[in-house]
Design a protein around this ligand. Structure first.
Ligand SMILES: NC(=O)c1ccc[n+]([C@@H]2O[C@H](COP(=O)([O-])OP(=O)(O)OC[C@H]3O[C@@H](n4cnc5c(N)ncnc54)[C@H](OP(=O)(O)O)[C@@H]3O)[C@@H](O)[C@H]2O)c1
Length: 247
C-alpha cells in the first residue's frame, strides 16, 4: 500500500511546533491540497496559517479531549492522511517519579491520543481509495531509556497499538506508517545527547515512506545506525541504555 502526497488532505496533530510544524512545511512543498492543523491552542498557529491561508485550516485539538477529537472528525471529513504527531515527554523514571501523574499524561497523549484519533478518523479514511495514518513514535518504542522510563512505556504501547491498527485497517485499504526516530532537535529533544536529527530528516523520510509503502521507518542516518546495532544485539543496546538513569 502507498499514497501520493500531492493533492492529499492531511491532518497533523501538534502542528504548532517541533516536528509537527516541519510536517506542515514539507507537506505544503509536496503539493497537498489542504492541511488541518491541530493544536491545543489555535492562537499558536496564527503565523503558520498566514503562510498559506488557502490551504491551512486551524483546529482546536487536544488529543486527550474526547469532545475535541469528535469535533475534528465532524469538521475534517475530507482527510486522507492523518499524522499522529502530538507527543509529551515528562523526562522521568518509573520508580523515582514522585507519583503517577506524568506517566498517566504520557499515556493519555502518546497512547490514548493515537488510539482516539485513529478510531475517530478510520471511517473518514475508509471513504477514499488511498489513505494513511502516520504514527510518530520513537526508537524508545523498542528500547527503554530509564531516564525517560514512563515515556518509553507509552511509546512502546503506541507501537503495539499501531501494529494492531494496521491489521484492522488493512481491509479498508488504509496504510499505517510508523516512524521511530532517535533524538531530534526540538523543544522535546534539546536536552538529549548530541548529535541529534533535524526535524526535516524525520519528516522527509517518513513522507517518502508513505509514498513508497514502507511500513516502519528509522529516519535519518543516526537512527539507522542505532537500529542496525539493535538488530545485531538487542540486549547489548538495552544494557547500554539502562546505564542512563534518572537524575
Ligand atoms: N524530539 C525528540 O527527540 C523525539 C524523538 C522521537 C520521537 N519524538 C516524537 O515526535 C513527536 C513530536 O515531538 P517534538 O519533538 O516535535 O516535541 P515538541 O517540540 O515538544 O512538540 C510537541 C507537540 O505536541 C503537542 N502536544 C502535547 N500534548 C498535546 C495534547 N494533549 N494535544 C495536542 N497536542 C499536544 C505540543 O503542543 P503544545 O505546544 O500545546 O504543548 C507540541 O505541538 C512526539 O510524538 C514525540 O514523542 C520526538
Amino acid at each position: 500500500m502507498s499514497q501520493r502526497i500531492e493533492n492529499a488532505v492531511a491532518l497533523v496533530t501538534g502542528a504548532n511546533r517541533g516536528i509537527g510544524r516541519e510536517f506542515v512545511a514539507e507537506l505544503l512543498r509536496r503539493g497537498v491540497k489542504k492541511i488541518y492543523l491541530g493544536a491545543r491552542d489555535p492562537a499558536s498557529l496564527a503565523d503558520l496559517v498566514a503562510l498559506d491561508p488557502a490551504r491551512l485550516v486551524p483546529l482546536k485539538l487536544d488529543v486527550t479531549n474526547a469532545a475535541d477529537v469528535a469535533d475534528a472528525a465532524r469538521i475534517a471529513t475530507d482527510v486522507t492522511l492523518l499524522i499522529n504527531n502530538a507527543g509529551f515527554a515528562g523526562g522521568q523514571g518509573v520508580i523515582s517519579a514522585p507519583d503517577l501523574s506524568i506517566a498517566r499524561q504520557e499515556m493519555d497523549v502518546n497512547y490514548f491520543g493515537v488510539l482516539s484519533l485513529s478510531k475517530a478518523f478510520a471511517p473518514v479514511l475508509a471513504k477514499v481509495p488511498e489513505s494513511s495514518i502516520v504514527n510518530v513514535l520513537s526508537f524508545l518504542s523498542l528500547v527503554t531509556l530509564p531516564s525517560a522510563g514512563t515515556y518509553s512505556a507509552s511509546k512502546a504501547a503506541g507501537l503495539a497499538a499501531s501494529r494492531s491498527i494496521r491489521a484492522e485497517l488493512l481491509a479498508q485499504g488504509t496504510q499505517v506508517v510508523i516512524t521511530m526516530p532517535v533524538q531530534v532537535e526540538t523543544d522535546m529533544g534539546r536536552s538529549l545527547p548530541e548529535p541529534r536529527l533535524q526535524p526535516l530528516d524525520v519528516v522527509s523520510e517518513t513522507l517518502d515512506a508513505v509514498e513508497t509503502g514502507v511500513e516502519e521507518v528509522f529516519p535519518g542516518e543516526l537512527t539507522r545506525t542505532v537500529a542496525t546495532a539493535f538488530a545485531a544485539d538487542p540486549k547489548g543496546v538495552q544494557a547500554h541504555m539502562s546505564t542512563r538513569l534518572p537524575a
